[in-house]
Design a protein around this ligand. Structure first.
Ligand SMILES: Nc1ncnc2c1ncn2[C@@H]1O[C@H](COP(=O)(O)OP(=O)(O)OP(=O)(O)O)[C@@H](O)[C@H]1O
Ligand SMILES: [Mg+2]
Length: 418
C-alpha cells in the first residue's frame, strides 16, 4: 500500500477492483434479486439450502456473474468451512477427491490398493475401485501438527474423515463444466446422493457443484432421486443497481470522485456482469491514478475502455468482423446488432427486431431482408454471433455467447456522454 503524507493510507485500484478473482468481503454486494427461476432472494435461498439437513446444492449461471463469490460469502455467513476443489478437465473423479484431501492434509505417504470386494458405495461404479492408505499431518490452518492416518478406505470416506477432523462442512466442486467425462460426472451426482443419505453420520457434510451452464440439468442431469435432494440455484446477471453500488463503493474507497453519468455509462457497458464492472472500475481508477488526479474525466474513460477491451476474449473481434458488412448503405446485420446491443432485453422475436428497427432507423414495406440477415447472424460464416431457438415462425434470438454484448457495447456501440 502506498503512503501519502504521514497517516493516510492510499489504496490501490487492484486492492479494490478484482475482475480476475473472487470479490473481497468489503466489495461484496449482497445478492437478493430473484434467481434464474424467478424466486426472489437469491442469497437467502442459497443460505437456506446450506442449512437443509442432507440437502445438496447446484449453482449454475453464465461466466462472470458471481457464482464463486456468492458461495464463498454465503458459506461464511452460515459459518460453514469449505474445501474447494477446482475441476480441471484433465482430472478424474478420483483425482478430484485426492485434491480435496491434499487441501486438508500434508500428505506424507499414500498407497492405493485395488480391491475386488468394493465396499466403496460410490467408487464402485467407476473404473477399477480402489482403497487408500494415507499418512500425513492436518494442515497448519486446521490443527498444527496433528497426525492424520487412515488405512484402506475408499477415497471419499477418507476425504469425509479429513473434513470431519478439520471441521469442514462443504465440499465445493467449482468450474464443474470442465468435467466432460460422463463417468466422472455421474460419480459426482452419486456422491451427492450418498452425502444426502449419510448426513447423520457425516454431521451434514454437503457437496456444492458450481458451473457455467444455462440450466441445472445441462450441468448435472440426473435421476429424480438425485434432483429431489438438490437445491438448484441459478445465478442471474446482476441488476444494474447492484453494479452502480459496486462502482460507487469502489471509487469511494479509492477516494476518486466520479460523476453519475460516467457511472451510468460504465454500468451500461457492464451489461449485468459484475466481472465487467470490476474490469472497468479497475481500468478507470488506474487511469486516474496514473495521471495523479482524484476525479475521473471523460478522456480517462476512453483510455480505460480501450484497455478493458484487450482483456476480453480475443475471438470476439474476429467474430464481429465477420458479422458486420464491409460496406453498403443499409448494412442490416450491423443495424440488427446495434439494436440488440443497446436493447434492455436479452431475447427477441423477429417482430421485436422489426419494431425496434422502425423506431431506430426507418419504416419499410417489406422486411424479408431483416429475416435473411437475422438468419445469417446465426451462421458460422458470419461469426455465429446470434443463436436461435423455438419453432419456425416463432423463433427467439439471443446472443450465442453472453459476453458478446458487453463486448459490442464497448467496441462498436458506445454510449456517448452528452
Ligand atoms: N456480489 C458481488 N459483489 C461485487 N462483486 C462481485 C460479486 N460477485 C462477483 N463479483 C465480481 O465479479 C467477477 C466475477 O465473479 P466470480 O468469479 O465470482 O464469478 P463466476 O460466476 O464464478 O465466474 P466464472 O464462471 O468465470 O468462474 C469478479 O470480478 C468478482 O470480483
Ligand atoms: Mg467461478
Amino acid at each position: 500500500m502506498r503512503k501519502l503524507g504521514d497517516h493516510v493510507a492510499v489504496r490501490q485500484p487492484e486492492d479494490i477492483f478484482t475482475p480476475k478473482t473472487i470479490v473481497s468481503r468489503e466489495m461484496f454486494a449482497r445478492r437478493n434479486e430473484a434467481d434464474l427461476h424467478g424466486n426472489p432472494g437469491l442469497q437467502d435461498n442459497l443460505c437456506d439450502a446450506l442449512r437443509d439437513r442432507g440437502g445438496q446444492v447446484l449453482i449454475f449461471g453464465d461466466t462472470g456473474v458471481g457464482k464463486s463469490s456468492l458461495i464463498k460469502y454465503a458459506a461464511e455467513d452460515e459459518s460453514l468451512e469449505a474445501v474447494t476443489i477446482e475441476c480441471l478437465s484433465s482430472k478424474s473423479y478420483a483425482d478430484l477427491i485426492e485434491d480435496g484431501l491434499r487441501k486438508l492434509i500434508d500428505v506424507r505417504e499414500v498407497k492405493k490398493t485395488s480391491t475386488a470386494s468394493a465396499s466403496a458405495e460410490v467408487e464402485a461404479s467407476g473404473k477399477a475401485p480402489f482403497l487408500l492408505t494415507l499418512k500425513g499431518k492436518l494442515q497448519g490452518k486446521y490443527d498444527r501438527g496433528r497426525e492424520f492416518e487412515i488405512v484402506s478406505k475408499p477415497p471419499l470416506d477418507a476425504l469425509l474423515e479429513a473434513m470431519k477432523a478439520t471441521g469442514n462442512k462443504l465440499l465445493i466442486f467449482d468450474n464443474f463444466q470442465n468435467i466432460s467425462n460422463q463417468v466422472d460426472r455421474s460419480l459426482i451426482a452419486q456422491t451427492m446422493e450418498f452425502l444426502a443419505d449419510k448426513s447423520n453420520e457425516t454431521g451434514d457434510i454437503k457437496a456444492v457443484v458450481i458451473g457455467i451452464a444455462e440450466d441445472a440439468s445441462s450441468l448435472l442431469g440426473g435421476s429424480g432421486s438425485f434432483r429431489r435432494r438438490t437445491t438448484e440455484v441459478g445465478v442471474p446477471r446482476m441488476p444494474d443497481d447492484e453494479i452502480v453500488e459496486i462502482l460507487k463503493r469502489g471509487f469511494m474507497k479509492l477516494e476518486i470522485s466520479i460523476s453519475d453519468p460516467i457511472i451510468r455509462q460504465l454500468v451500461f457497458y457492464s451489461d449485468g456482469f459484475p466481472y465487467f464492472g470490476h474490469l472497468l472500475g479497475l481500468q478507470v481508477s488506474r487511469a486516474a491514478r496514473r495521471e495523479g488526479v482524484d476525479s475521473v474525466t471523460v478522456e480517462m474513460v476512453e483510455t480505460a475502455l480501450q484497455r478493458a477491451v484487450k482483456d476480453v476474449d480475443r475471438s470476439y473481434r474476429e467474430r464481429t468482423r465477420k458479422a458486420f458488412e464491409v460496406g453498403g448503405q443499409v448494412q442490416p446485420r450491423r443495424r440488427i446488432l446495434e439494436i440488440l446491443s443497446i436493447s434492455d432485453k436479452r431475447e427477441w422475436r423477429s417482430a421485436d427486431v422489426i419494431s425496434a428497427y422502425e423506431d431506430r432507423f426507418e419504416r419499410r414495406s417489406d422486411y424479408a431482408f431483416l429475416h435473411t440477415s437475422l438468419a445469417q447472424l446465426i451462421d458460422k460464416k458470419h461469426g455465429s454471433v446470434l443463436a436461435r431457438s423455438g419453432a419456425r415462425n416463432s423463433y427467439i434470438y439471443r446472443f450465442s455467447d453472453p459476453q458478446m454484448r458487453p463486448y459490442l457495447r464497448l467496441t462498436a456501440f458506445r454510449r456517448h456522454l452528452t
